[in-house]
Design a protein around this ligand. Structure first.
Ligand code: ADP
Ligand code: MG
Length: 900
């Protein structure tokens, strides 16, 4: 039966029992109760540390075991007499925490307990070893139970319930526990209340209110907590209160037992002490009144720790064995036994780690379910008497204690949020926050209002300016456009009337005639204008939208800020849009400018057609354009002023190829007017044109660029700049790659102009200018040949001047570069402009004797003779004659050839 038995001298084992020697470190190890529990905490009010690991509801807990002490009552007077000749049935070895139970004179059994208290043990010591650790545990937040078990008359009540009114040293565990609890709680923050009950015949009676005699047990299904909500709870403030309660309880117990015709030894007396303590976790710092930064910090967590101390003075254990046999009333015996035997069974089941613990079998076990094998720290004191006559009872009591020692508990702290005080604190904090929030909200609202107003003003100002500028631009553009269209139409009608509509249109509209291109361009400009009007409309809509957004601007909250940001973004978009419109406008205007040029050109062409012989003189591109500009300076100049040279030049670098070519055309046309040339060059236009020539393969661009350069090359300063910037090379390369005669004509025109500069002679020749010029003659197109001839004539004139001035000596570089055969070949060209240029060139070459031999061998003499006789221009004719007469070599040759 008994476990952990140490059989005197033999050390034999029985069943599942473990020998003491082998289990020295097991659950019977005589370790002090105190050593297994957490150290006592600092219970100063408001600062008790929190042991988180043991919080209620958590799975964690402190493992513990039911601690069992045995106490031997001294012999009483009756025993001293009756058992005078007999030794006590037990012998205690308190230093070894062992108890020897004598079976007879020669045999005994030894048992070890957590504490062995002799008949001399003081009440104080008993309290300290049995109850104090439990009480400390309760103060720490754990539930705790102290039970006294033993045969009637062995001192259970003496141990637990003695009041010690006369002699304080006689005070029992109940009084001492309360004394300790009261000394450690704070009356301001903590509370202690007491219920005092009696369990008799499976009925719980309230010893503090006898009318309350059938109290039910309530178990929390989640936590397993047991409570008696029907029981009277009396708050205890001091020891006197408590003594009074105990007295009242005792009186009621006696009265109840008299009424029920029973003895106190048949009932279980249960004292429940409920301790509620306020604690704060280490991390829960309450913000100080002045600490503003913590307004938004985590709110403090006031916790309340609830624990209970249950002190049970059990009914006499002898009833378990002796009831029925001693003839007690059946019901009573059943009931008394029921609870106590159920307790025994539960302890057995727990000790053996049985799967089923019959807790629900009795009220007592239900009431103690969280004590034995539950979440409470439990201490059991078994009381025994010394009399050998009661050896049986004593043995069974000891074995009960031994089994209880094997019961493991899992201690848990029960902690709850103190919602009331948390709510109070939060309310105060909330009030503060609301006030602060209101203050900030007001500041914010004022600020939003101010910003809104400012934004509104700014937007309406920008809107006004923008709308005004837009309207002005639009009207201006529209008017100019209408004017141009009108003029063009008038001109066209006029011309149609003059030459007959069909013939002209046939002539001019074939391919890329100026008429068709203008109609197309006009349509294009019309389209662009419509686009611009549409964009303006869109911009206006955007402005309206902005306006309405401003109107809807919410007057509070963060929306205000984001609304302003939106407005600012919209404003920036608006500015971008305006810039884009302005760019469009520049393009439109420059297109208009180009159209004007082309219209002029058409007018010139039509004029030329009208009077076939009106065109004469040297046909440089510049002169063509310049002619066209005469009489039309006003619209062109006006447009030019409006658009601005810088903006047109900027368009040269546009990413849009159409815009680029268009801009080049405008620049070329502008360059035709001498007044503009200087400005164009100053603004970097020449450099831009040369860059274009260098970087674009597109012949259309090259052609127009070459035209523009040709125009700029009219000016002596510009000629030098063109040379310095490597223009002759670029023009030569362009010439060698060109396929379109128009391109060749422009390049040749440009080089021809450069050829007329005295200072550039050497450089021009050394950089292949002459060869490039002659190379272009390959195409045979009269316009190109005319420019080539002009270049040769210009060059020959300068060279001749240099030779006359002594700057140059030796044969003409034109002869060196092989120009003579071409000159001779074309000297009598059908095209009069070509003929004139070559005739002049021949005269210049013939001025210098050094060229005479080559000229004679190349056949130039014959041409000179022809010029001197047949040239239609008197001045050239006489120049040739004079030259021939002055040259001894020519004269000698003529004589030799018998030419008069
Ligand atoms: P129980 O409650 O177990 O029935 P009591 O506490 O009523 O027993 O004790 C029976 C008697 O023995 C009482 O008169 C009590 O004063 C006395 N008594 C019990 N234990 C001791 C003790 N340790 N020292 C002196 N007297 C004791
Ligand atoms: Mg008693």
């Amino acid at each position: 039966m008994a476990s952990n038995v140490y059989r005197n001298g033999t050390g034999s084992h029985k069943g599942a029992m473990r020998p003491l020697a082998a289990s020295n470190s097991s659950n019977v190890k005589s370790s002090s109760f105190k050593s297994r529990i957490p150290p006592p905490s600092n219970h100063s009010p408001g600062s008790a540390p929190l042991r988180r690991s043991n919080s209620a509801g958590g799975s964690g807990g402190v493992p513990g075991r039911v601690r069992v002490a045995v106490r031997l009552r001294p012999r009483n007077a009756e025993e001293s007499v009756a058992d005078a000749d007999f030794a006590d049935c037990v012998e205690l070895q308190p230093e070894l925490k062992r108890l020897k139970l004598r079976k007879n004179n020669w045999d005994s059994e030894t048992y070890e307990f957590d504490e062995v208290l002799t008949e001399f043990a003081s009440q104080k010591r008993v309290y300290e070893v049995v109850a104090k650790p439990v009480v400390e545990s309760v103060l720490d937040g754990y539930n705790g139970t102290v039970m006294a078990y033993g045969q009637t008359g062995t001192g259970k009540t003496f141990t637990l319930g003695r009041l010690g009114e006369e002699d304080t040293s006689a005070r029992g565990i109940m009084v001492r526990s309360m004394e300790e609890i009261l000394a450690n709680v704070s009356p301001e923050t903590d509370s202690v209340s007491v219920s005092y009950l009696q369990l008799y015949m499976e009925s719980i009676q309230d010893l503090l209110d006898p009318a309350n005699d059938n109290i039910s047990i309530v178990e929390d299904p989640k936590t397993g907590d047991v409570s008696l909500p029907g029981a009277t709870h009396v708050e205890v403030r001091d020891e006197q209160d408590f003594m009074e309660l105990l007295r009242t309880g005792e009186a009621h117990r006696i009265a109840a037992n008299t009424k029920l015709n029973t003895e106190s030894s048949r009932s279980h007396a249960i004292l429940m002490v409920h301790v509620k303590r306020s604690v704060l976790g280490a991390e829960d710092v309450i913000p100080s009144e002045t600490d503003k930064s913590s307004h938004f910090a985590k709110p403090p967590k006031p916790l309340v720790r609830k624990s209970k101390l249950v002190l049970v003075d059990l009914a006499g254990s002898e009833r378990v064995h002796k009831s029925g046999s001693e003839g007690h009333m059946l019901e009573e015996a059943k009931s008394i036994n029921l609870s106590l035997s159920a307790l025994g069974k539960c302890i057995n089941a727990l000790a053996e780690n049985s799967a089923h613990v019959p807790v629900r079998d009795s009220k007592l076990t239900r009431l103690l379910r969280d004590s034995f094998g539950g979440t409470a720290r439990t201490s059991l004191i078994v009381t025994i008497g010394p009399s050998p006559r009661h050896r049986g009872e004593t043995t069974s009591t000891i074995l009960f204690g031994q089994r209880a020692m094997k019961v493991e508990n899992m201690l848990r702290i029960k902690e709850e949020f103190d919602y009331k005080s948390l709510s109070r604190k939060l309310e105060i904090q909330l009030d503060k926050l609301i006030a602060e929030n209101e203050r900030q909200q007001k500041v914010f609202d004022d600020e939003v209002e101010r910003i809104n107003l400012e934004a509104l003003n700014r937007v309406s100002e920008v809107e006004r300016n923008f709308a005004g500028a837009l309207e002005k631009e639009r009207l201006k553009c529209q008017m100019e456009y209408m004017e141009s269209v009108k003029k063009l139409e008038e001109k066209m009608i006029e011309n149609q009337q003059k030459h007959g509509c069909d013939g002209f249109m046939q002539d001019k509209c074939n391919g890329e005639g100026p008429g068709s291109s203008i109609v197309e361009d006009v349509a294009e400009v019309k389209k662009l204008l419509e686009k611009e009007i549409h964009m303006r409309k869109e911009a206006q809509e955007e402005v309206n939208k902005l306006k309405s957004q401003l109107g809807q601007c919410p007057d509070s909250g963060e929306g205000g800020g984001s609304e302003i940001l939106k407005l600012q973004k919209a404003l920036a978009d608006e500015v971008r849009q305006k810039k884009k419109l302005e760019e469009e406008m520049i393009i439109l205007r420059s297109q208009m400018l180009q159209l004007t040029f082309e219209a002029d050109q058409m007018r010139r062409c039509l004029g030329r057609n009208g009077s076939a012989n009106a065109y004469g003189g040297l046909d440089s591109p510049m002169s063509q354009v310049r002619d066209s500009l005469n009489g039309h300076k006003t619209p062109v100049a006006a447009l030019f002023e409006q658009v601005g040279l810088q903006k047109i030049l900027a368009l040269l670098e546009s990413e849009d190829a159409n815009v680029r070519i268009h801009a080049v055309k405008v620049v070329a046309n502008l360059a035709a007017e001498e007044a503009n040339q200087e400005r164009i060059v100053e603004a970097g236009g020449l450099t831009s044109l040369l860059v274009l020539l260098r970087s674009y393969e597109d012949e259309n661009i090259r052609r127009v660029v070459a035209g523009a350069i040709a125009n700029l090359a009219m000016n002596e300063t510009n000629q030098e700049l063109i040379m310095i910037q490597g223009g002759i090379n670029l023009l030569s390369v362009t010439a060698s790659r060109a396929e379109d005669p128009q391109t060749l004509r422009m390049v040749a025109g440009a080089i021809a102009n450069l050829c007329g500069n005295d200072k550039l002679q050497r450089k021009l020749r050394s950089e292949g200018g002459i060869k490039a010029l002659l190379g272009m003659a390959r195409c045979g197109q009269p316009d190109v040949l005319s420019q080539v001839a002009r270049g040769i004539a210009n060059f020959a004139k300068c060279e001749s001047r240099a030779s006359t001035n002594g700057i140059k000596s030796g044969r003409s570089v034109l002869i060196d570069d092989g120009a003579l055969p071409w000159i001779v070949q074309n000297a009598n060209n059908d095209s009069s402009p070509i003929r004139r240029h070559i005739e002049l060139a021949l005269c210049h070459l013939a001025q210098h004797e050094v060229n005479a031999k080559d000229m004679i061998s190349g056949g130039a003499l014959w041409e000179l003779v022809r010029i001197s006789r047949d040239c239609s221009r008197e001045d050239i004719r006489s120049l040739a004659r004079r030259t021939l007469n002055l040259s001894p070599i020519f004269r000698a040759e003529m004589r030799r050839l018998r030419i008069e």
